[in-house]
Design a protein around this ligand. Structure first.
Ligand code: IPM
Ligand code: MG
Length: 354
């Protein structure tokens, strides 16, 4: 297993270090794992003047999988857009063709009370959000800030989805649904956007190849509401890049903390980039308080999707469960009666239970 490790910025290096401990423990069990490090985001800018340096690109292209922490930091906010950390993330996603972003929102029984919703609404919750990751308004051209004929300035972006982009991600969605409860809800804004009308048409067409899967459609505003009203109605949610960005943050809070949400971004051959859904949290960086579980759970997803080692994936997930059962909590998921521990201690606890 050739893994490129990109710690990134903010809490990235701390949480990735815990996930690397898990990988090293697996290596100790005889699994052949090679780790190579490179810079991404602000760290790339600091090291090489580029948020996605050529050396990082080369390493990422050569690896089987990429483990990423997070990117971004206040000190980079004033840089011109092409040098901003987020561009590193967008370029690596695009450069590796990682169009299918899987964000599972799973509520662990131990964390039912950490959710902002009533326990009965979230207990047993298990949603898979599939977000298209390399198209939509994120990458559409033209975009920019222009001056109109009347002299007024205007910001603009372009939303579009081509048929092949919709088809390939829809197939991934149906395939995932087949392995789960066979229900998929495609989320769009077809009552307003032509892009969404087309999205709905193509998803409906792809559905003909999957008669076993029950397909429904929902407008994104309604989906945002349903996620907090009755989240258990969902099995797989398929949606575009920008809607998926927003809905996955919302869904993360159902699980108790965004610090618990892993993600996988896959290409057509299951090569993948694995990262927590949360950001670089510069305000808590270096304080040993960040939750490393989303990153550790991202390693589990890596084992499942890129390396087809469901056994190892389940072993890591079971280790995380056990640590939660022991009452160990980082601050973001802490509740009275539990034992509050830091980032490093949480990583150690997972390795021990592994
Ligand atoms: C995410 C993040 C990124 C996105 C940012 C950091 C560019 O919010 O992975 O959800 O918008 O995709
Ligand atoms: Mg986001």
């Amino acid at each position: 297993m050739k893994i490129a490790v990109l710690p990134g910025d903010g809490i990235g290096p701390e949480i990735v270090a815990q996930a690397v401990k898990v990988l090293e423990a697996l290596r100790g069990d005889g699994i052949k794992i090679e780790l190579e490090y490179a810079h991404l985001g602000g760290a790339g800018y600091d090291a090489a003047g580029d948020p996605f340096p050529p050396a990082t690109e080369k390493l990422a292209l050569a690896a089987d999988a990429v483990l990423l922490g997070a990117v971004g930091g206040y000190q980079y906010d004033a840089l011109p857009r092409p040098l901003r950390p987020e561009q590193g993330l967008l370029r690596i996603r695009k450069g590796l063709g990682l169009f299918a972003n899987l964000r599972p929102a799973l509520v662990y029984p131990e964390l039912v009370n950490a959710s902002s919703l009533k326990p009965e609404l979230v207990s047993g919750l298990d949603i898979m959000i599939l977000r298209e990751l390399t198209g939509d308004i994120y990458f559409g051209q033209p975009r920019g800030i222009r001056t109109l004929d009347n002299g007024e300035r205007q910001g603009f972006d372009t939303m579009h989805y081509s048929e092949s982009e919709i088809r390939r991600v829809a197939h991934v969605g149906f395939q995932i649904a087949l392995k789960r409860n066979k229900r998929m809800c495609s989320v769009d804004k077809a009552n307003v956007l032509d892009t969404s009308m087309f999205w709905r048409e193509i998803v409906t067409d792809v559905a003909k190849e999957y008669p076993q899967v029950e397909l429904s459609h929902m407008y994104v505003d309604n989906a945002a509401m349903q996620l907090v009203r009755a989240p258990k109605q969902f099995d797989v949610i398929l949606t575009g890049n920008i809607f998926g960005d927003i809905l996955s943050d919302e869904a993360s809070m159902l699980t108790g903390s965004i610090g618990m949400l892993p993600s996988a971004s896959l290409d057509a051959n299951n090569k993948g980039l694995y990262e927590p859904c949360h950001g670089s949290a510069p305000d808590i960086a270096g304080k040993d308080i960040a939750n490393p579980l989303a990153t550790i759970l991202s390693v589990a997803m890596m084992m499942r999707y890129t390396f087809a080692r469901e056994d190892i994936a389940q072993r890591i997930e079971a280790a995380v469960r056990k640590v939660l059962q022991q009452g160990l909590r980082t601050g973001d998921i802490y509740e009275a009666g539990m034992q509050k521990i830091g980032t490093v201690a949480m990583g150690d606890a997972v390795v021990k239970s592994l």
